[in-house]
Design a protein around this ligand. Structure first.
Ligand code: FE2
Length: 229
């Protein structure tokens, strides 16, 4: 599913036998769409997972937990203390008899992870189609991003499908070999060249960063009201 406001992709993975399902990077404004879709297909949502704490939209994960009694999962390194599952590299989540592997891919943010499901990897903002996430806030590091992409994602089988967290040009899927071959930020680039290029991007801050990041550190839910006296 696609959020046109932030150009965010949200992914639904299901296991057809158990009818269990996972949402990756759900967006708050689309919660009714997700619930309708789950109901239409008679799916039981088990997890709402985040590839990282987003700066450009508010997550639906906390609201999904309130509505559907699911578990939310965010990297331990994101500081989202209210998440039910603090994800770590190597963790394995299950829906029915299917597995989703958590791969730490820091760089866009310190707590960024990717999710590997069969021959598909959901890369969040670590690796985009013909691009990659910026590295200039939330503990980002161009050096770490280069290591994550080249040592973790590019060592997967060439025909692994790459599903990014965003696309701003209408594309929805790529592959490891495609990104290795033609991604202009990475193909043929040394780590030093990549770091210089990333550190000179000089991008404007995301409009929602001051609202989205604190909210997403609480699974997208507002601060509980403090009752005085
Ligand atoms: Fe991001």
């Amino acid at each position: 599913m696609f959020d046109t406001e932030s150009s965010t992709y949200t992914y639904l993975i299901t296991d057809e036998n158990s009818q269990e399902a996972v949402l990756i990077d759900p967006v708050a404004t689309h919660i009714e769409q997700y619930i309708t879709l789950l109901n239409e297909h008679e799916l039981t949502l088990k997890y709402a997972l985040e590839t990282h704490v987003h700066a450009d939209h508010i997550t639906a994960s906390g609201m999904l937990r309130e509505r559907l009694a699911i578990k939310t999962g965010v990297s331990e390194l994101c500081g989202t203390t209210t998440a039910d599952i603090q994800l770590n590299d190597g963790d394995v989540l299950t829906i029915g008899d299917k597995t989703i592997n958590v791969i730490a891919t820091p760089g866009h943010t310190a707590g960024s992870v990717s999710f590997l499901y069969n021959d598909r990897i959901f890369t969040g903002d670590t690796l985009l189609i013909n691009g990659c996430g910026r590295t200039d806030f939330q503990g980002g590091s161009a050096e770490m991003l280069f290591e994550s992409i080249t040592n973790k994602i590019f060592t997967l089988a060439d025909d692994t499908l790459v599903y990014p967290g965003h696309d701003y040009n209408g594309r929805c899927v790529s592959s490891v070999v495609q990104e290795k071959s033609i991604n202009p930020r990475l193909a043929g680039k040394t780590k030093e060249e990549f770091i210089v290029m990333m550190n000179s991007l000089d991008l404007p801050m995301p409009k929602l960063i001051d609202i989205a990041v604190p909210a997403n550190r609480k699974c997208g839910l507002p601060e509980p009201e403090v009752v005085q006296g």
